[in-house]
Ligand binder design. Structure first.
Ligand code: ATP
Ligand code: MG
Length: 453
C-alpha cells in the first residue's frame, strides 16, 4: 500500500483564483498598458498593505454599506488582539497613508495602485472573494477638470486595450446637505409606498435609503424610477461642478448618459459619480466605478482635502479583452537552446547568457524528472515554447565550435537550418530576430517582441 494515498490534498480557498502561467501574458499586457497610460497622465504608483485596522473601513466606507455589513474578512490577530481586515477596497488605505505621510504637503498628488482586494461574496462569474483592482486617486484637486481627466484617462485605457463596448454613466450626488434634503423626501416617498418595498429595502429605509435606488429587484423598478431625484436637489455649486465635468467630456468627444439613479456603495462619495459599464459580461457588467470624495480626509482626522478617484475590476476587464478577441496573447521566447553532451551543455549556458546580454529571451533546455531527453524530445519542447529559433549544440557542433540555428517559423522546411560559428551566433540571431521585428514595423505592443496578437 502506498504511503502517499493517505495524504489529503489541500485546496485553494473558494472564490480565490490562481492565476496560471498560461494567463500571465494577458495579465502582463493589461498591467503594462495600465502602467504606461497612467504614467502618461502623471500618476505615480502607491502600494499600501493588504491588511489594515478594521475601524479604517468601518469609519471610511460607512457602517451600513454592503461591504462593511457583510463582505469584510475581519479577524483578530491572535498574537496581540489587534482587530484587522483584509482590504475590501483601497481608497481608504490610500487616504490613510496619504495622511500619515502628508503626501499632499506641497500640493495635489495623482496616485494609482494595483492589487488584490478581498470581499466575502457569493462567488460567481465576475464576482470573486479575492479579486484585483487598479485604481487611481487624485488627491487635493477640487475642480471638475480632474474628474473629467480621470474619465478621459479611462477612455484612453479602453482604447489601448482594444475595448470598444464600454459606456459611461454619470451622475452627481451633491453634497451632504443636498443629500439630506433629498433623503428626507425619499424616505417620505418610500413610506407612502411601503407595501412595495422588499425586505432589504425596508431594512434600508432609514439607514441608507439612497441605496434602495440601486435595487436590482424587477418589481421595484417602477417605484424607484418615480422616486424623487437627487439631481433636482443640487445647489448652484454642485450644479456648476457637474456642468463643468460634462462640458469637458463633450469637448473631448466622450459620450455619456446621465443616470440619476447611479449611487455608489460607499458613504464617502459626493458630487460626481460614474461607472463604466458593458453589456457583454452578464450581470456583473460594471468594469470601473468612481467618484469624488471631498470629505474622506476630514473623516480620517485630516485637513480638508478634496479628491476624486476610481477603481476598476481587473478580472472583468480581462474577460472583456478575451471577448473582444484582442487577447490572443501568448508568451514565447526568442531562442530555445537544445544540446547534447556535457561540453555542449556548458557552451549552451555561455551562449544563453550572451544572448540575454544582447536583449533576447532565451530558454535553455534543462533536465526534467526523466533526464535531459533526446534531441527529438528537446526539439518538441522547442516547438512548444513558441521560440522563433532553436539553437542546437550537439557533440559535433561542440567539437567544431559551431551551432546549428533552426528557424521554427519558416515555411521553407528544407532550408530552415544553418550552421553558424559559435562566436558569431549572437550577432547572427540578433540580426535575424531584431531585424525581422523591424521589418514587421509598428511594434505598438508595450510588451516587447515576444507577445504575438
Ligand atoms: P457591484 O455592484 O458589482 O457589487 P461594487 O459597487 O461593490 O460593485 P466597487 O466597490 O465600486 O464595486 O468596486 C469597483 C469595481 O471592482 C467594480 O466595478 C468591479 O468591476 C470590481 N469588483 C467589485 N467587487 C468585485 C468582486 N467581488 N469580484 C470581482 N470584481 C469586483
Ligand atoms: Mg459589491
Amino acid at each position: 500500500m502506498s504511503e502517499d494515498k493517505k495524504i489529503e490534498k489541500i485546496s485553494g480557498i473558494k472564490g480565490m483564483n490562481d492565476i496560471l502561467p498560461e494567463q500571465a501574458a494577458l495579465w502582463e499586457l493589461f498591467e503594462n498598458t495600465v502602467q504606461s497610460v497612467l504614467k502618461s497622465y502623471g500618476f505615480q504608483q502607491m502600494r499600501t498593505p493588504i491588511v489594515e485596522s478594521t475601524p479604517l473601513f468601518a469609519r471610511g466606507l460607512g457602517a451600513v454599506t454592503d461591504i462593511v455589513e457583510k463582505e469584510m474578512y475581519s479577524f483578530e490577530d491572535s498574537m496581540n488582539g489587534d482587530k484587522l481586515t483584509l482590504r475590501p477596497e483601497n481608497t481608504a488605505g490610500i487616504v490613510r497613508a496619504a495622511l500619515e505621510h502628508n503626501i499632499t504637503y506641497d500640493g495635489p498628488k495623482r496616485v494609482w495602485y494595483n492589487g488584490p482586494m478581498f470581499r466575502h461574496e457569493k462567488p460567481q462569474r465576475g464576482r470573486y472573494r479575492q479579486f484585483h483592482q487598479v485604481g487611481a486617486e487624485a488627491l487635493g484637486f477640487a475642480g471638475p477638470d480632474i474628474d473629467a481627466e480621470l474619465i478621459v484617462m479611462c477612455q484612453r485605457l479602453w482604447d489601448d486595450l482594444g475595448l470598444t463596448n464600454v459606456r459611461l454613466e454619470l451622475n452627481s450626488i451633491g453634497d451632504a446637505a443636498e443629500r439630506n434634503q433629498h433623503r428626507a423626501e425619499l424616505i417620505a416617498y418610500f413610506e407612502q409606498h411601503k407595501d412595495q418595498l422588499d425586505a432589504e429595502a425596508q431594512r434600508r429605509l432609514y439607514s441608507n435609503p439612497l441605496r434602495i435606488l440601486d435595487t436590482k429587484n424587477p418589481s421595484m423598478q417602477d417605484l424607484v424610477n418615480n422616486a424623487p431625484k437627487l439631481l433636482d436637489f443640487l445647489g448652484e455649486e454642485s450644479k456648476a461642478h457637474f456642468e463643468g465635468v460634462q462640458k469637458i467630456l463633450r469637448h473631448n468627444s466622450i459620450p455619456f448618459t446621465i443616470n440619476p439613479r447611479l449611487v455608489r456603495g460607499m458613504d464617502y462619495y459626493n458630487r460626481t459619480v460614474f461607472e463604466w459599464v458593458t453589456d457583454e459580461l452578464g450581470a456583473q457588467g460594471t468594469v470601473c466605478a468612481g467618484g469624488r470624495y471631498d470629505t474622506l480626509f476630514t473623516m480620517f482626522g485630516g485637513k480638508h482635502t478634496p479628491a476624486c478617484g476610481f477603481a476598476m475590476g481587473v478580472e472583468r476587464l480581462l474577460e472583456l479583452m478575451k471577448l473582444n478577441g484582442d487577447a490572443e496573447v501568448a508568451q514565447s521566447c526568442d531562442v530555445y537552446l537544445v544540446h547534447q553532451g556535457e561540453q555542449a551543455q556548458m557552451q549552451s549556458f555561455v551562449l544563453g547568457e550572451r544572448l540575454r546580454d544582447a536583449g533576447l529571451d532565451v530558454v535553455l533546455h534543462c533536465a526534467s524528472a526523466t533526464g535531459i531527453g533526446s534531441f527529438k524530445s528537446q526539439m518538441k519542447k522547442a516547438d512548444a515554447s513558441g521560440a522563433a529559433f532553436a539553437v542546437i549544440i550537439g557533440e559535433d557542433e561542440a567539437a567544431a565550435e559551431t551551432v546549428t540555428v533552426k528557424s521554427m517559423r519558416s515555411e521553407d522546411f528544407a532550408n530552415n537550418q544553418t550552421s553558424v560559428p559559435f562566436d558569431t551566433a549572437v550577432d547572427y540571431l540578433v540580426d535575424q530576430i531584431v531585424g525581422a521585428d523591424h521589418d514587421e514595423s509598428q511594434c505598438d505592443n508595450p510588451n516587447h517582441i515576444h507577445l504575438h496578437h
